[in-house]
Write a protein that binds this ligand. Structure first.
Ligand code: NAP
Length: 254
């Protein structure tokens, strides 16, 4: 499966940290040429150096179509094309519904949902020229499957990504491009670490497999969707959560 990614050009948004960096590492390990996109140049440089194997960083903001177009032009110039887009960049600053401002709502929507639209649209001209065009979205269990107080705006964007995907993949099928989504549970990343140790411990206790996920768990799911062997799979979701969505109550855990 992984052999089909050898030599392929892969773009990972939010590739400087967390899940995106984990996805990038998994693809680089199977021989893909990986471009990491994010806003912070120093973090991009550090991540690319740590990943090695020709990985490189490019500054881009997913809330700006212009910024993404410039980054993709540069990716194509360096590598000759784009085969795989991992649309992963996202933010999850909590805010309760009663306190949420319009600016907070807009920031989360502009990054997670409008950003998905922008990045997919900007990548299309390149993906259309690939014989293995793949788009892999990082959604979440929060929104599509579960809820969590303080994340109504976030959950709306993560469910919205799936609604976007289910129509977009129909439009892209004629080019042989597939679009699928990975739905992570609680994955130990820099972003999750900001939620604090108590949050991490309570989340790990709620997971039947008794641990938080690691970024490679998501990277391997993305690798499957990007592979040649997954060429007949489109518009689908894969939950990677250690079984977290299954228990009906704490008593349901063995
Ligand atoms: P993270 O550790 O905070 O990393 C977020 C990445 O996105 C960074 O590289 C960040 O770099 C980039 N980013 C943020 N805003 C951006 C923007 N406007 N333009 C370009 N890049 C931007 O987050 P994470 O935990 O890995 O989450 C990554 C994705 O997984 C998100 O879509 C999130 O919703 C999803 N997810 C995470 C979990 C989890 O448990 N961690 C669970 C379910 C789903 P810069 O700030 O430098 O731009």
């Amino acid at each position: 499966m992984s052999a089909s990614l050898n030599g392929r050009s892969v773009v990972v948004t939010g590739g400087s940290k967390g899940i995106g960096r984990g996805i990038a590492e998994v693809f680089a390990q199977v021989g893909a040429r990986v471009a990491l996109l994010a806003r912070d140049a120093a973090q991009l440089e550090a991540a690319a150096a740590a990943i090695g194997r020709g990985a490189y960083g490019l500054c881009a903001d997913v809330t700006s179509a212009q910024s993404l177009q410039a980054a993709f032009t540069e990716v194509a110039r360096r590598g000759g094309g784009i085969d795989v887009l991992c649309a992963n960049a996202g933010i999850f600053p909590p805010a309760t519904l009663e306190d949420m401002t319009e600016a907070q709502w807009d920031l989360v929507n502009n990054t997670n949902l409008k950003g998905t639209f922008f990045v997919v649209q900007a990548a299309l001209p390149y993906l259309k020229n690939s014989d293995q065009g793949r788009i892999v979205l990082t959604s979440s269990i929060t929104g599509p499957v579960t809820g969590f107080a303080g994340w109504s705006h976030y959950g709306a964007t993560k469910a919205g990504q799936l609604g976007f995907m289910r129509t977009a993949c129909l439009e892209l099928a004629k080019y042989g491009i597939t679009m699928n989504a990975v739905l992570p549970g609680n994955i130990l990343t820099e972003g999750l670490a900001e939620m604090g140790v108590d949050y991490q411990n309570s989340m790990a206790a709620a997971v039947p497999l008794k641990r938080l996920g690691n970024v490679a768990d998501i990277g391997h799911a993305a690798l499957y969707f990007a592979s040649k062997e997954a060429g007949y799979v489109t518009g689908q979701t894969l939950i990677v959560d250690g079984g977290q969505i299954l228990p009906e109550s704490p008593e349901a855990m063995a």
